[in-house]
Design a protein around this ligand. Structure first.
Ligand code: PHE
Length: 339
């Protein structure tokens, strides 16, 4: 019986050491230690032993059981460790691989220049005013000294919602809204979308953007307008750029002027971009007409003001040397990536 027990232990250990799977370990436990297992079968014959042999064999049987149990649990932990190591290996991440680069969007060139202009004006103490794109005839035309039959309305035909409600043709309408609600001193710029009944080509679009500026205070003169615009243009186009003020007519300013800038391309010598003029027209400006001030409840014998309005598209095209307005609206990434 002693030999049988020793044989069981040897066989069990051999099988255990050959075992490579956790689920087979349980089969081995049943085979050797289970109720119908080999060890139990031997213990059932203990009754046949003499009183002297019984404790010796009993002790040996217990030792064999605990040896096999120990060997099983040791094997179990080895197999578990191996399984874990294999899983780690299979799931390992190579942290030296380059990551996936997220392509970041950026600001549209129109927004870049608009922000730049806003910053420059905020640095001069201006605030930013907003106004409605759908407005009434009074704010877009009449209060700006353009009564219903004024010929200057012809150049600003627009889209009408009704006889009285229309899409604004100029951000000058914001002048009126601001002067109706604020008392001088007023110092605002108002960027925004404007609409005109124009066909699309390289320099025209039925929707475009303007930035209007308005200053109203005591003692404001044309030289304040000149100084302000010169500072703006030098900051945007560099210190070498020159401004040219030409007399013009706008119903809401008197005197009025158009302001040209020395050509971005040739610096004033004359080239195809400026049609040999040396200058490029950039904006309209002037001293706010006393009728406009009075209409908004501002005493024109005490206050005076200047206003100007520029096309944002034209500023952007000049700054980046873009020759077709449509490129700014098509949102082709190959174009936009260049800025
Ligand atoms: N609103 C004018 C235009 O669209 C520009 C302008 C603004 C002129 C303010 C004078 C003063 O042409």
């Amino acid at each position: 019986m002693k030999q049988q027990l020793e044989k069981i232990e040897t066989l069990a250990k051999e099988e255990l050491s050959a075992c490579k799977e956790i689920k087979l370990l349980d089969d081995l436990r049943v085979k050797y230690l289970g109720k119908k297992g080999e060890l139990t079968a031997i213990l059932k014959q203990m009754g046949k032993l003499s009183a002297d042999e019984r404790p010796v064999i009993g002790q040996l049987a217990n030792k064999v059981r605990s040896d096999i149990e120990g060997a099983i649990s040791e094997k179990l932990s080895i197999l578990k460790e191996n399984a874990k190591a294999e899983k780690m290996k299979a799931e390992s991440i190579d942290i030296t691989l380059p990551g996936k680069v997220q392509s970041l969007g950026k600001l549209h060139p129109m927004t870049v220049v608009e922000n730049e202009i806003k910053d420059i004006f905020m640095g001069m103490g201006f605030s930013i005013a907003d106004g409605p794109e759908v407005d009434d005839d009074y704010h877009v035309f009449e209060a700006l000294n353009l009564p219903p039959d004024h010929p200057a309305r012809d150049t600003q035909d627009t889209f009408y919602i009704s006889d009285n409600i229309l899409l604004r043709t100029q951000t000058s309408s914001v002048q009126v809204h601001v002067m109706e609600t604020q008392k001088p001193p007023i110092r605002i710029i108002s960027p925004g979308r404007v609409y005109r009944s124009d066909a699309v080509d390289a320099t025209h679009s039925p929707i475009f953007h303007q930035i209007e500026g308005l200053v109203v205070d005591k003692g404001i003169t044309m030289s304040d307008l000149k100084g302000t615009l010169e500072l703006l243009m030098k900051k945007i186009y560099g210190n070498d750029c020159k401004l040219r003020f030409r007399p013009h007519h706008f119903p809401f300013t008197e005197p009025s002027c158009e302001v040209d800038i020395s050509c971005f391309n040739c610096g004033g010598k004359g080239c195809s971009m400026c049609k040999d003029e040396g200058y490029i027209e950039l904006l309209g400006a002037g001293m706010v007409h006393p009728k406009v001030l009075e209409g908004c409840g501002i005493d024109s014998s005490v206050y005076s003001g200047f206003a100007f309005g520029m096309g944002l598209e034209r500023m952007v095209m000049g700054k980046y040397d873009i020759n077709d307005l449509r490129l700014l609206y098509e949102n082709d990434v190959r174009f936009l990536e260049q800025f």
